[in-house]
Ligand binder design. Structure first.
Ligand code: OXD
Ligand code: MN
Length: 598
């Protein structure tokens, strides 16, 4: 399969550690897919779905203690603890290898170990990175086939001496007490043991494309970010691209696939999806920032996906999709809460128990059919809004970078930062209020810089410094914006309708990025004038835009204190530009307070 000596040596070494009965190299062919599917069905790992309603699709259930990323078992293993920084769990590499080896040793006895060569990014693109994943899970193989580009073409590009990320995955006992997700950025290696859940087991995704890639990006002068990539075509046919980073539960996949509201569609606006989760960004020969989506599929949350929140996703997952931890109907259909249509009359819930609509537990609470983090894995090219540029090895040029969070108060619908460093400050201070779907006190604000808190593979103080440095390297940088779709009124009602209507805000953002669009200057940045956002076809109660765009200096002063407290964590590694931006913001807030009539 390969003449890469390092790869052959590593596979031999890992084979002797894990002790599989056989080793199978994946070539990525269609015949191979059929073989793997049949194997997974025979082993009970996959259930084929209704052939007419969900052609080519399968259902899978993970262990009920293994349904989400486990941040408390995720480590960055660097020689020095300070290189992992205060926001990551750290382990010495030697200890990591030893502890994981103890669990992995002989764990594949009697089983098959698959070797999956994969490319993150179009095969052979200057943006792309190669990984090789070893795994004893057929489910992982089939998901990796969808989420990445795998097989023979990748080995060809790797050649006899190419570098690759060594990704070892073993299910072992799937015991949360014996689970470790370890990253060794200094060795370009990932070891994941004891989990079969996507975020922990599909090593190309968060582990390689964010944690390891962010480390490499810093060394090599580019950015690996937790961002969607979206193209917006205006009525003249011009397509401009934005990236956007939001913490989880802020609707990234929905925004990446949005359908223009009628008022804008009729004018000729169209949206093109390039990516829904990860962006790799490099300075192009023209001095602009260019982006590639390293993935080849969607690993989206099923619950809450419906024809209002994301009709494009519903269309995307009609066939050739793997559904995980949703409700399996006895009629071999799948269903989830806050989805589309009535549930099946009976089925099996995400815990493998018999389920009927309306079932209640002993405390009288509804029994969920699907886990709130249930997922679909679907090929990118099935998305009706898939951009024809998504496979372009050059990537797409980025006009605007958008940060955002879920804030009931404070942050206006949108603002434009004054320059790159101010943009970095607005990204570094991104915060979101906890929703019912997360542990912790509801409404509590959690800082999640650039939405990278769980995914930055090194000290976040250095990460901020890298962002500042990047600004100096990009001759023609994108403009940086902040959005908040979740502002509420005095009765706690959302002020902005969200979903497809968000395109109206993107339209203003793109106009500003071109140096057009009406705005007023505030201490926090440029905010649209109340008439600057195109509201054709949308009727909002009088005064709504004013409320959405309000900037309250007193609230912002309190927010600034919190920023400073958060930054104190990174003492010694924080670039001077961030406290400087905080000081400038404080001065601007003081200036408006002093000018206000008393
Ligand atoms: C994801 C996440 O799974 O951000 O994409 O948690
Ligand atoms: Mn994500």
């Amino acid at each position: 399969m390969t003449d890469n000596a390092k790869l052959k040596e590593w596979v031999a070494e890992m084979t002797s550690l894990c002790g599989p009965e056989r080793v199978v190299w994946l070539d990525g062919s269609d015949d191979e897919r059929k073989r793997l599917e049949a194997e997974a069905v025979a082993a009970g790992e996959l259930t084929p779905l209704h052939p007419e309603k969900f052609p080519g699709s399968f259902y899978h259930r993970t262990d009920s203690r293994d349904v989400a990323r486990t941040e408390h078992l995720t480590f960055i293993c660097t020689q020095k603890q300070e290189d992992a920084g205060p926001t990551n769990l750290w382990m010495k590499p030697a200890e990591g290898y030893e502890r994981a080896s103890d669990i992995l040793e002989g764990s594949m006895t009697g089983r098959t170990m698959y070797v999956i060569p994969f490319s993150m990014g179009p095969v052979g693109s200057p943006f792309s990175k190669i990984g090789v994943q070893l795994t004893d899970s057929v489910y992982v193989c089939l998901n990796m086939r969808i989420m990445t580009r795998i097989g023979a073409p990748v080995l060809k590009v790797l050649g006899p001496a190419g570098e690759f990320t060594k990704c070892l995955h073993g299910k072992a006992e799937l015991d949360p007490e014996r689970r470790l997700i370890l990253h060794f950025p200094e060795d370009n290696a990932i070891w994941s043991v004891g989990s079969g859940y996507g975020g922990n087991a599909l090593l190309g995704k968060k582990c390689l494309s964010l944690r390891i890639a962010s480390w490499q990006a810093r060394k090599e002068g580019w950015l690996a970010e937790h961002m969607l990539i979206l193209g917006i075509e205006d009525p003249t046919g011009r397509v401009e691209y934005v990236t956007a980073a939001f913490p989880s539960a802020c609707g990234k996949t929905n925004l990446a696939m949005l359908i223009p509201p009628d008022g804008l569609k009729s004018k000729g606006y169209k949206v093109w999806t390039v990516g829904d989760d990860i962006a790799w960004l490099r300075v192009g020969p023209d001095g602009r920032l260019w982006a590639v989506n390293p993935e080849a599929g969607f690993f989206g949350v099923a619950v809450g996906t419906n024809s209002k929140s994301n009709p494009t996703a519903l269309e995307t997952i009609r066939r050739n999709t793997i559904f995980t931890n949703v409700l399996l109907g006895d009629d071999k259909t799948v269903w989830w809460e806050d989805g589309e249509g009535a549930p099946p009359a009976s089925g099996t819930d995400w815990q493998g128990k018999a389920w009927k609509p309306g079932m209640k537990d002993e405390a009288g609470k509804p029994v969920l059919g699907a886990h709130p983090n249930s997922r679909f894995t679907a090929p990118f090219n099935q998305c009706p809004s898939a951009s024809p540029m998504a496979d372009d090895p050059k990537g797409v040029p980025i006009s605007a970078i958008i940060f955002g969070g879920r804030r009931a108060r404070l942050a206006p619908l949108v603002y434009q930062t004054f320059d790159w460093d101010h943009g970095v400050y607005s990204g570094a201070t991104v915060a979101s209020e906890r929703t019912a779907a997360q542990y912790g006190k509801q409404g509590e604000v959690r800082r999640d810089p650039m939405a990278m808190l769980p995914f930055c593979g090194y000290n976040m103080g250095d990460y901020f410094a890298h962002w500042v440095q990047m600004g100096k390297r990009i001759p023609n940088p994108p403009k940086v914006f902040h959005v908040n779709w979740f502002r509420r009124d005095e009765n706690n009602k959302f002020l902005w309708p969200g979903y497809g209507e968000n395109l109206r805000v993107l339209e203003w953002i793109l106009a500003r990025a071109r140096g057009e669009g009406k705005a007023r200057q505030t201490p926090i940045g440029w905010v649209p004038t109340a008439d600057a956002v195109d509201l054709s076809g949308l009727s909002l109660p009088g005064g709504t835009m004013e409320k959405l765009l309000e900037v309250n200096p007193e609230e912002w002063k309190a927010e600034l204190d919190d920023h400073a407290k958060f930054f104190a964590k990174f003492e010694g590694r924080l670039p001077a530009e961030l406290p400087r931006q905080g000081k400038l913001l404080a001065e601007r807030l003081e200036a408006v307070a002093a000018a206000a009539p008393r």
